[in-house]
Design a protein around this ligand. Structure first.
Ligand code: AMP
Length: 212
């Protein structure tokens, strides 16, 4: 099953994708994560995309499409995957439609105020990718032992920019996927948010299995 997650920055897509990846045994593909990893390792791709991530604007579609095509061609994607942060605009959605038919899209609905509160307390694990909120978790070390870090683009200036970019460029894909999309409130804790989404996707997975 090919699942698309749509939602503003810091709406909880990354955490949701990790839960789904465990429960549905599907790989979690985050284009933002792929870009950050390449920047960290100073690869050719990393050099190309660094300025876009630093200034919180979208990486050009042709670069993003190549990255996604390559990733979904890998062996672990044969039974499907969870896309987090892609497609990010209608053009990417249309280009993606030409190569793949997505099965289901989940939209996490969260407003700017909540996003600002969350992002200013967000830390990511450098080893397992788990995301913590420093309001509730005070340590600098993940439960897995990895060191926690704050993303470069997690600050008040870039978060507003990223949120407005989301409203302008990404919100239109909600209607693009209306036949396969369901919206959920993402305002509560990750665990509370996850339950109805899991139930919905379990039903979708049954339909998917009976068709395939
Ligand atoms: P994210 O981790 O999804 O918040 O993405 C972080 C940054 O990576 C964004 O601000 C963009 O610069 C870039 N990015 C991630 N996914 C995409 C995409 N699908 N298209 C273009 N740029 C992207």
């Amino acid at each position: 099953m090919k699942i698309i997650l749509v939602g503003p920055p810091a709406s909880g897509k990354g955490t949701l994708a990790k839960f789904l990846s465990q429960d549905f045994k599907l790989p979690h593909i985050s284009t933002g994560e792929i870009f950050r990893e390449n920047i960290k390792n100073n690869t050719e791709l990393g050099k190309k995309v660094k300025s876009y991530l630093d200034s919180a604007v979208l990486v050009p579609d042709e670069i993003t499409m190549e990255v996604v095509k390559k990733r979904i061609a890998e062996k672990d994607c044969v039974n499907g995957y969870i896309l987090d942060g892609f497609p990010r605009n209608t053009q990417q959605a249309k280009l993606f439609d030409k190569i793949v038919k997505a099965d289901v899209a989940v939209h996490l609905d969260v407003g700017l105020k909540e996003i600002e509160d969350r992002i200013l307390g967000r830390k990511n694990c450098s080893v397992c990718g788990r995301i913590y909120n420093t309001r509730f978790y005070k340590s600098d070390t993940c439960e897995c032992g990895g060191k926690l870090f704050v993303r470069n683009d997690d600050n008040i200036d870039t978060i507003r920019k990223r949120y407005y970019a989301y409203e302008k460029e990404t919100v239109p894909i909600i209607s693009h996927y209306k036949s396969i999309l369901k919206s959920f409130s993402g305002k509560d804790s990750p665990e509370t948010t996850y339950q109805p989404i899991k139930e919905f996707l379990l039903k979708e997975a049954k339909k998917f299995d009976s068709k395939n």
